[in-house]
Structure formats: structure tokens, C-alpha cells
Design a protein around this ligand. Structure first.
Ligand SMILES: Nc1nc2c(ncn2[C@@H]2O[C@H](COP(=O)(O)OP(=O)(O)OP(=O)(O)O)[C@@H](O)[C@H]2O)c(=O)[nH]1
Ligand SMILES: [Mg+2]
Length: 459
């Protein structure tokens, strides 16, 4: 597909900056840029690809900004079309004026993600790679950025394509074998198909196992601080964030609504939530706070249960701790500076850390334990060593469907019945369709709208 029209947008973030970029893509990019540019000869339209030209953008004969112009000719560009980038002196006003000139000269404003959408439609990227562009822009940690970049470079696509190709081969082999109805399925074809399907299934399962990491890296791991009133929950939030976000006071029931903030722990993006102290109350507002606290706890990837360890372990604390899944809970035995009347050994089977948030003690150990608990698995078995993959929710839901089709086909091949072999081939074709949807070999406009509408304008 090659578009008829030429799109333009400001590609840099709004606000003051040292450079601002207006980007154009489409068949008339060079002609439009040439119309609004005063530069030395030859004109832009005669310049070779990948050159930089110095000049001035003009609006009705008056200079608007001094610019460097990047000339990139199709097909080896981001979008696969002629692309021009005008780099001005920075600042929103100047970028807007350059964009206005480009629009007056014949470009049309780009939709969000339209440059990347064109890259996809022109075969420069598959859908999985296009999604990685957004992941990269949005990544909030080194690790997330690394994974996004590898996905953009095609690591995940390679594996998906190989699964796709193998499934197509198996479906074709089975279909070909059926063209000779007088024979039973050739035993070799049966064995090969079964083996291939088993390997494919293993690969799909390994990809599925990376989803949780992907979810955490894209959305952040939800860590919920809970416990009885006045034990130091808000102090813990402030300490981990390293600034005074929440009100701390010796009055029990200080925090009413929950408070959510993001931060990064050992490269893992975290959504940290402080909640109201869990206690019965006559006050309607406080009861609502406790209800909201419980709602947050249901969504937690990790619980930090805080208690006042200078007091003997209360039955309520013991019950609350028992309620939380052990593998997802760290008990924070706080206020150790006031004397320790609950020790980790009193909570067998639970991970517990003794802290004094007042004296800033026990924090390194707490951070280590949090990092270890928010499990992020390495997956060296897939692809080359050192490659990281983390699939998204969209990939996961389609892979789950593909996996169940592959499993069904395996069962059919095992049955040994001739009609089942025909069905197996059809079932594998359905799995192939799911794979095609992930990579974008098949797509609907509504899917593209959904994916690219999340991008910024100019990307
Ligand atoms: N001695 C001592 N006091 C602490 C420690 N951590 C917090 N505090 C104090 O305990 C009181 C309550 O702290 P908060 O952080 O507001 O407790 P909270 O659990 O958020 O309380 P609510 O929001 O009311 O449920 C404050 O006066 C803190 O200064 C500690 O390690 N040692
Ligand atoms: Mg509080």
C-alpha cells in the first residue's frame, strides 16, 4: 500500500526544548518541503536520499525559523515513503508555525500513530514490531526498554513466524496425505506432524510464560501496603518513594483514601499503593476507606503487610497475615526502635523483615525481598542467549487460542482415525489464523485503529 496523501505532524514533545521536529511522510513530502524552504541549490526535490540541508522555512516570504532538513527517500525510510524532517530551533510556537506552513502547502495533519501505521501497511514492520514502538516510548525502566527494543528488532516476530511456518507445513502435509484416500495416512507424515506440533506447543507455552513479566513491565507491579491503623504504612510509602507524598501522623486513621504512586525498584516499574488502616469504625468515611483498601488488596501482585512489632502480635494481625497468599506477601515488622515483641520466627512460613522506618533501618533488606518476590523470569531457552521476550495481553489471548487448537489437533492425530486426520488439518489452519492475527499477516481496520490510537501524534 502506498498512500496518496502526505501527512505532517510535530514529532517532538510540546514545551520548551532545544530542537523541535516537524515530520512529513508521503509522495509529496519533498515537493511540499521545497515550497516552504529557502536553501542553497539544488532544490530539495533534487537532493539524494539521506542528506541534510540547511535552510529557512518561509511563510509568505517571511522567515519562520532556521532549520536543518533531513531528506529520506522511499523505500528505505521509517514509513517506507518519502520522509522529510524539519528540525527547528525548539519551542512550541516555532514548531507550530512550521507545521502550519507545511499544511498550507498541501500536507494534511497526521492522526495518532499514523507514521507507524504506514510503516506497518508498507511492510516495514509487522504488527508485533509496531506495538514495540509504543512499548519503547512508554517504557519506564531499562529492562522494559531493552525488551521493547528486541521486539522492535524482530526477536518475538522471528519465533512467531517460525511457529506459523511450522503449522502451515503440518497442515499442508496432512492435507496432501489425504489426497490419497486409499492409503492410510503415511506413517512418517503422522510421526513428523505429531512431533512438530509437540515442539510448537512447547514454544507457545514458553511464550505464554513471559506474559506476567510483560504485564509487570508494561503496567508496573501493583504493590499494596496494608495493616492496622498507625503502624507506619504511610511512612513506608514515603520512604520507598523518597519524598513526602502521604500525610503521616500519630493519630490513628490518618489515611482515608488510597494513595497510588509509581516508582522503579531494581529496574522493575512499581505502582505503590498506601491504604487506610484496617479497623472497625463508626465513621462512614473511614469505613469507605477500609472498603477501598480491601478492593486494592485484591489486585496486588505483592502485599506489604505492616505491623507494630513493639507490641505483641495481635490476633487480628495474625488473621490478616494468614489471609494473604504467602508467596505474594512480605510482613514488615516496624517500630523495632521501640523494642521488638514480634520476630520473624513468630511468623513461620512467611517472609518478614524487621524495620525501623523512623531510624531508616531494614530498608535494603526490604527492597531486596520485594525485588525477589516480584518474580520476573529469565527465558534464555527461547531464541538466542541473552534475548528477552515479554508478550502482551493481546498476544497472550491469541496464543492461548492457538495453543488449544494445537492441543486438539494433537489429540486428533493420536486417535488414528482417518476422519480425525482431516479434522486435524482444519484445526491447525485455525491455529495458523490466530498466529496471523498476532503478527498482522491478517488484520482488520478496527484492530489497527485500536493499536495506533494509543500512539502519540507524530509517531
Ligand atoms: N517509633 C517509631 N515510630 C514510627 C515508625 N514508623 C512510623 N512511626 C510513627 O508512627 C505514626 C504513624 O505513622 P503513619 O505512617 O501515619 O502510619 P499509618 O499506618 O499510615 O497510619 P494510618 O494512616 O492512620 O492507618 C507516626 O507518628 C510515625 O512517625 C518507626 O519505625 N518507629
Ligand atoms: Mg497512613
Amino acid at each position: 500500500m502506498h498512500s496518496e496523501d502526505t501527512i505532517a505532524a510535530i514529532a517532538t514533545a510540546p514545551g520548551e526544548g532545544s530542537i523541535s521536529i516537524v515530520r512529513m511522510s508521503g509522495p509529496d513530502s519533498l515537493a511540499i518541503a521545497s515550497k516552504i524552504l529557502r536553501c542553497a541549490k539544488p532544490p530539495l526535490t533534487e537532493r539524494p536520499s539521506n542528506t541534510i540541508v540547511h535552510g529557512f522555512v518561509l511563510d509568505q516570504g517571511r522567515d519562520v525559523d532556521e532549520v536543518l532538513v533531513l531528506v529520506m527517500r522511499a523505500p528505505h525510510t521509517y514509513t517506507g515513503e518519502d520522509v522529510v524532517e524539519l528540525q527547528g530551533h525548539g519551542g512550541t510556537t516555532s514548531a507550530r508555525r512550521i507545521l502550519r506552513c507545511a499544511l498550507q502547502a498541501g500536507a494534511r495533519p497526521a492522526e495518532p500513530g499514523e507514521f507507524t501505521r504506514r510503516a506497518f501497511l508498507n511492510g516495514r514492520l509487522d504488527l508485533v514490531q509496531a506495538e514495540a514502538v509504543l512499548d519503547l516510548v512508554r517504557s519506564s525502566s531499562d529492562r522494559a526498554a531493552e525488551i521493547a527494543l528486541q521486539q522492535l528488532e524482530g526477536r518475538l516476530s522471528q519465533i512467531l513466524n517460525s511457529i506459523y511456518d511450522n503449522l502451515v507445513t503440518v497442515a499442508a502435509d496432512l492435507a496432501a496425505a489425504m489426497d490419497f484416500p486409499e492409503d492410510e495416512l503415511h506413517p512418517q507424515i503422522g510421526v513428523n506432524s505429531t512431533n512438530t506440533l509437540k515442539i510448537v506447543k512447547k514454544y507457545i507455552d514458553r511464550l505464554l510464560a513471559t506474559w506476567n513479566e510483560g504485564r509487570i513491565l508494561r503496567n508496573g507491579a501493583m504493590v499494596v501496603i496494608s495493616g492496622l491503623a498507625n503502624v507506619g504504612k504511610s511512612t513506608l510509602l514515603n520512604t520507598l518513594l523518597e519524598y513526602d507524598r502521604a500525610i503521616v501522623s500519630p493519630i490513628p486513621g490518618t489515611t482515608r483514601d488510597f494513595i497510588e504512586e509509581n516508582f522503579c525498584l531494581h529496574g522493575i516499574p512499581i505502582r505503590l499503593v498506601d491504604t487506610a488502616g484496617l479497623r472497625p469504625s463508626d465513621c462512614e468515611l473511614e469505613r469507605e476507606g477500609v472498603r477501598r483498601a480491601r478492593e486494592q488488596m485484591l489486585k496486588a501482585d505483592l502485599h506489604l503487610y505492616v505491623l507494630d512489632a513493639s507490641q505483641p502480635l495481635s490476633p487480628v494481625d495474625a488473621a490478616n497475615i494468614a489471609d494473604r497468599p504467602r508467596e505474594k506477601c512480605v510482613v514488615v515488622l516496624n517500630k523495632a526502635d521501640l523494642g521488638l515483641r514480634v520476630a520473624p520466627k513468630d511468623l513461620p512460613g512467611h517472609d518478614a523483615v524487621v524495620t525501623s522506618l523512623l531510624e531508616k533501618k531494614g530498608l535494603d533488606q526490604l527492597r531486596m525481598l520485594m525485588g525477589a518476590k516480584i518474580e520476573i523470569s529469565e527465558m534464555p531457552a527461547l531464541g538466542e542467549a541473552g534475548s528477552h521476550i515479554a508478550i502482551s495481553e493481546r498476544h497472550r489471548s491469541l496464543l492461548l487460542k492457538a495453543a488449544s487448537e494445537v492441543e486438539a489437533a494433537l489429540a486428533m492425530l493420536n486417535s488414528g482415525k482417518e476422519e480425525d486426520q482431516f479434522l486435524a488439518s482444519e484445526t491447525i489452519r485455525t491455529a495458523v489464523e490466530y498466529l496471523a492475527l498476532i503478527i498482522g499477516r491478517v488484520y482488520h481496520d478496527s484492530l489497527l485503529d485500536e493499536i495506533f490510537s494509543r500512539f502519540c501524534i507524530g509517531k
